[in-house]
Design a protein around this ligand. Structure first.
Ligand code: C2O
Ligand code: CU
Length: 550
């Protein structure tokens, strides 16, 4: 195994991702950042220099479990103090499994300001994790995002205001950091919107006729659930979140923020024209044009940059949740790579996802507790016995699930805030059932993609309506559930997952919609803290450990 070194400078730069000039948080001047490429077993070392001048930063390696390095997870408030302006921080971790992953800022709402990118880990040659599929054409990487023209500060201030100013639908959808805003919709100002700026030229994916390609697809959207399609080409889904799935064929793929997929496509269409890659908003009423890129055949008569002769695919009906649940259910483990779950859980935690009010402010809450991050990162507080630094009362294990009407507006939407956490017995098997519900407005329930740090979990089941602990566990898929790190909780539905609490550290578990986490939609889990080795000094610069340090 080798060591992959990256040297990153984080700074604000004017960029033109969708042709509109925007001050973005960049890595070495660009957004998205470079793709990290490594082989299973490699050590990745990223030296991050914060040149933001007046803003902290922290970077999370989404999907990498950080076995033995919980302090490198990059979650500000959970695993580390933020990296202060002018400071340098070294992330060092092993990528132990092949697959498609991503990284992004984990401080405030910085991810949506542009600090994101992909991690591609190839299988160790000849190892047990070699891919159970073949492709002779090579690989293409596709990073999907949504994009706003307002700064994240303006968004955050709006979310915290009374009445709330919601972030609204994105102005553009980006593919590999490229989108196309219609400049004529803005006051004419060639500097502010430049339709011919090279940074917003559509990405072209070239293919050789007859070959099969692996497309690795990751979504770092702040808000949008997306549907991705390659016009005229069916996709065979083979991987999700670093796990091989039983192959299934789709015309288009639903992908939620924080998820990754690999699909195979065969370049078997007319090579003399180009085809669209299209991303469309689903699950929310779309207010954003289709995001596009171009698929072009080598040796065809079409110029690679020529727009395809057709209109871009519009995707499925945005509100067809049954269609999207169908894909969730079709995603199961590959028969030769199934790791069946333990047959039963030691503990079951039921988490109601609801929209609430605190002092007139709109929040998201879990079992009516809205999550806030402590000032002292949990990892530091627990390791150094600074128990006064966060709420010692554990958050509720369940909610009033027998009487709760998931289709109705909650009678009393008042909630409390807490920075308490769930403490899990080391090595125990934990079930979590995420229950979706109606929001503050009637007849409204969104999709929430939940992401667990530090683990993969088995996706045991999905249902619509209220979860019944006496009935639904009997319907769980214990035979071939796929393991993932991010999973959708569909409108008015529930999702059940199981994991083993065997990774010493403290781990965030939250909705991957940036504004929802900011509004309190998350929890934290601690396990095996006594097994965590000495913490690097660099993660605890915001804490005075008064003799508790080393
Ligand atoms: Cu990709 Cu805690 O997030
Ligand atoms: Cu959410």
């Amino acid at each position: 195994a080798k060591t992959v070194h990256e040297q990153w400078e984080i700074s604000y730069q004017f960029t033109h991702s969708d042709c509109v000039r925007k001050l973005a948080v960049t890595i070495n001047g660009g957004t998205p950042g470079p793709t990290i490429r490594a082989v299973q077993g490699d050590t990745v070392v990223v030296t991050v220099k914060n040149l933001l001048m007046t803003e902290n930063v922290a970077i999370h390696w989404h999907g990498i479990r950080q076995l033995g390095t919980p302090w490198a997870d990059g979650t500000e408030g959970v695993t580390q103090c933020p990296i202060l302006p002018g400071d340098t921080f070294e992330y060092r971790f092993v990528v132990d499994r092949p697959g498609t992953y991503m990284y992004h800022a984990h401080y405030g709402m910085q991810r949506s300001a542009g600090l994101n990118g992909m991690i591609v880990v190839a299988a160790a040659p000849g190892g047990a994790d070699a891919e159970p599929f073949a492709y002779d054409g090579g690989e293409h990487d596709v990073l999907l995002n949504d994009w706003w023209h307002k700064s994240t500060y303006e968004q955050a201030a709006g979310l915290a205001a009374v009445p709330i100013v919601w972030v609204g639908e994105p102005q553009s959808l980006l593919i590999n950091g490229r989108g196309r805003y219609n400049c004529s919709a803005m006051a004419p100002d060639a500097a502010a919107c430049n339709a011919t700026h090279p940074e917003c030229a559509a990405q072209v994916f070239a293919v050789v006729p007859g070959r099969t390609y692996r497309f690795r697809i990751a979504s770092v959207t702040s808000l949008s659930a997306l549907n991705f399609e390659i016009e005229g080409h069916e996709m065979t889904v083979v991987e999700t979140d670093g796990h091989y799935v039983k192959p299934f064929v789709v015309k288009n793929l639903n992908i939620y923020s924080g998820e990754t997929y690999s699909v195979l496509i065969k370049a078997d269409q007319d090579p003399n024209r180009n085809y669209w890659l299209a991303s469309n908003v689903v699950s929310r009423k779309p207010g954003t044009p289709t995001g596009t890129a171009v698929l072009s055949y080598y040796g065809g008569r079409s110029s690679p940059r020529a727009p395809p002769p057709t209109a871009p695919p519009a995707g499925p009906a945005w509100n067809d949740s049954a269609y999207r649940i169908g894909q969730s259910l079709a995603t199961v483990a590959h028969p030769e790579h199934a790791h069946p779950p333990p047959p039963r859980a030691d503990r079951t935690i039921l988490l109601l996802n609801s929209q609430n009010k605190i002092d007139g402010r709109i929040k998201w809450a879990i079992n009516n507790v809205s999550f806030t991050l402590p000032h002292t990162p949990y990892l530091v507080a627990l390791k150094h016995g600074l128990l006064g630094d966060f709420d010692q009362r554990p958050p509720p294990e369940t909610y009033n699930h027998t009487g709760y009407d998931v289709y109705g507006v909650q009678a009393n939407p008042n909630a409390t805030t807490s920075d308490g956490l769930y403490r899990l017995a080391f090595g125990s098997v934990v079930d979590v059932v995420l229950q979706n519900a109606n929001m503050l407005a009637p007849n409204n329930s969104e999709t929430h993609p939940w992401h667990l740090h530090g683990h993969d979990f088995w996706t045991l089941g999905y249902g619509v309506g209220r979860f019944d602990p006496a009935v639904h566990p009997a319907t769980y898929n214990l035979r071939d559930p796929v393991m993932k790190n991010t999973v959708a909780v569909h409108p008015f539905g529930w999702t059940a997952l199981r994991f083993r609490a065997d990774n010493p550290g403290v781990w965030a578990f939250h909705c991957h919609i940036e504004a929802h986490f900011f509004m309190g939609m998350g929890v934290a889990f601690e396990e095996g803290i006594e097994r965590v080795g000495d913490l690097p000094e660099e993660i605890r610069r915001c804490v005075s450990t008064k003799g508790g340090g080393h």
